[in-house]
Design a protein around this ligand. Structure first.
Ligand SMILES: Cc1cc2nc3c(=O)[nH]c(=O)nc-3n(C[C@H](O)[C@H](O)[C@H](O)COP(=O)(O)OP(=O)(O)OC[C@H]3O[C@@H](n4cnc5c(N)ncnc54)[C@H](O)[C@@H]3O)c2cc1C
Length: 456
């Protein structure tokens, strides 16, 4: 039976940051990654950027992005549902993380133009999250960290709250002086998702890894670890309904909504497509679609909208008439025609300005379309099927500012957590682009340092 100083559960960004910090502090470390080697890296391998505080230009980041502005951005998206101490810690520490990431092999590039306008706030990874994960694994190997793939942890042995060993699915026990839990959320367990959301969640698509099933989260909660966050809260965007059940990644996202009319299965509209600019609204559309019958919706555009948004990975359905489009999409033709006719009649003359709030709103329509409302009248017509795409769930472990997991009677003596598994402490609801990697990097590093110090 192997004995390590620090056992790290998970193989994504948070786990790797923790493992590297612990090994650099002199600890004997093992990474237990549920996925096989070619699938290693969890959701982190799908990422593109890291949101970072900075007082002046830093690496590829322009201008400055101070603590208060960053915190205000977080308060706005979470509607104040955050832990201020943990949130401010993540924000403040992000500045030192960027050079640390570069020192450990991550290469950044400036933001390309796109829908999110992030060149001041978010540093993009050259080669994406996959390159970041590969750089960290290479670093871990150089540091002599033991790495086991296809090593699903099914049980964390906590004897009176003290970690003794991790048990793998094949029964192997890996003993250690301290453990860092970095095994993500539970979104890939569709039964758990259905219990939390109710019927219909089986229709959700999971944008990332199939390995984040919350096995460790459930196991330690059952042993008295304190939880934070609401099981129904998650990051959920509208993605192409033809995306694979798991791991479709970033390319399946659809950005056409502001320039479209969005209808449900019955051909009826249900929300203002033009409520705000897309970077501030894309993250609500997954939940909106989830609330519709059969958890499905269809964005309809005409020729005028082509070229106004990032082209989707799957070719849209195209037809010369609305009736033809309805037929191919399986929508009730008359209902769709009535919806479009009512919308077209409510559109008013004005200046259409893509990308900025133009106030070109419908009149007398419920729900209204408050910006970019132009008649849908120029064939060919295009149809995009939308489904809720879950990025990650927010229910997680309660931790201290040193990332120590809280038990019923106080902090567990040798158990730390990092990444998505604690995201609920900081993200009560909503999401700020690039903040998942900030949470993982900041708390991964802290957890690794603390666990190594504990192990002595
Ligand atoms: C498509 C997509 C795009 C995204 N883009 C961004 C972005 O640009 N910027 C950003 O900040 N965030 C982004 N996110 C969110 C981001 O991926 C996460 O917040 C972040 O990667 C979480 O890191 P983590 O290490 O906690 O989890 P993960 O990277 O998911 O790692 C969890 C690891 O735990 C392993 N695991 C799970 N269960 C077990 C078990 N029982 N035993 C052993 N191992 C286990 C998994 O295999 C995996 O390796 C994106 C997510 C997705 C899906």
């Amino acid at each position: 039976m192997a004995q390590y100083d620090v056992v790290v559960v998970g193989g994504g960004n948070a786990a790797l940051c923790a493992a590297i910090e612990a090994a650099e502090a002199g600890a004997r470390v093992i990474i237990l990654e549920s996925a096989p080697e070619h699938m290693r890296g969890g959701n982190s391998r799908h990422t593109r950027n890291f949101r970072c505080m900075h007082d002046g230009p830093l690496s590829v980041l322009t201008d400055s992005y101070g603590e208060e502005e960053y915190y205000d951005d977080l308060l706005r998206v979470t509607k104040g549902q955050t832990d201020p101490a943990l949130a401010r810690l993540a924000i403040r520490e992000s500045e030192a993380c960027l050079p640390w990431m570069e020192q450990h092999g991550v290469i950044f590039q400036g933001a390309l133009s796109g829908t999110l306008s992030l060149d001041r706030t978010n540093a993009f990874f050259l080669g994406g999250g996959k390159a970041l994960v590969n750089a960290y694994y290479a670093c871990a190997e150089d540091l002599g960290i033991a790495i086991r793939y296809t090593a699903e942890v099914t049980h964390i042995d906590l004897s009176e709250g003290r970690f003794t060993a991790a048990t793998l699915a094949d029964g192997t026990r890996i003993e250690g002086r301290a453990v860092v839990l970095a095994s993500g959320g539970f979104q890939a367990d569709l039964d758990w998702l259905t219990r939390a959301w109710g019927p219909g969640a089986e229709n959700f698509l999971i944008r990332g890894t199939p390995y984040n099933r919350g096995v460790v989260l459930r196991d330690v909660l059952d042993q008295g670890a304190q939880s934070v966050g609401d099981p129904t809260q998650c990051h959920c965007v509208a993605i192409d309904g033809r995306a694979p059940k798991f791991d479709g990644g970033i390319v399946t996202r659809l950005d056409c909504v502001p320039y479209a009319l969005v209808v449900n299965r019955d051909g009826a509209r249900f929300y203002d497509e033009g409520e705000d600019v897309w970077p501030k609204r894309y993250a609500i559309w997954g939940r909106l679609v989830a609330g519709q019958p059969d958890q499905i919706a269809y964005a309809i555009t005409d020729q005028k909208a082509q070229g106004l948004f990032m082209p989707p990975v799957f070719t849209p359905v195209k037809a010369d008439t609305l009736e033809g489009l309805a037929q191919v999409l399986g929508l009730p033709g008359t209902a769709l025609a009535d919806t479009v006719a009512a919308y077209n009649a409510a559109c008013r003359a004005g200046t259409f300005t893509p990308g900025a709030l133009d106030g070109l709103a419908t009149e007398g329509l419920e729900p209204p379309k408050t910006n970019w409302a132009r008649p849908l009248d120029t064939p060919p017509y295009y149809g995009y099927m939308l489904r809720p795409g879950v990025t990650f769930t927010y229910l997680g472990l309660k931790v201290s500012e040193r990332a120590r997991v809280q038990g019923a009677l106080g902090p567990l003596p040798n158990v730390w957590a990092a990444g998505e598994i604690l995201a609920g402490s900081i993200l009560g609801q909503g999401y700020l682009a690039g903040f998942g990697m900030t949470i993982g990097t900041v708390f991964g590093r802290i957890a690794g340092q603390e666990a190594a110090a504990h192990a002595g």
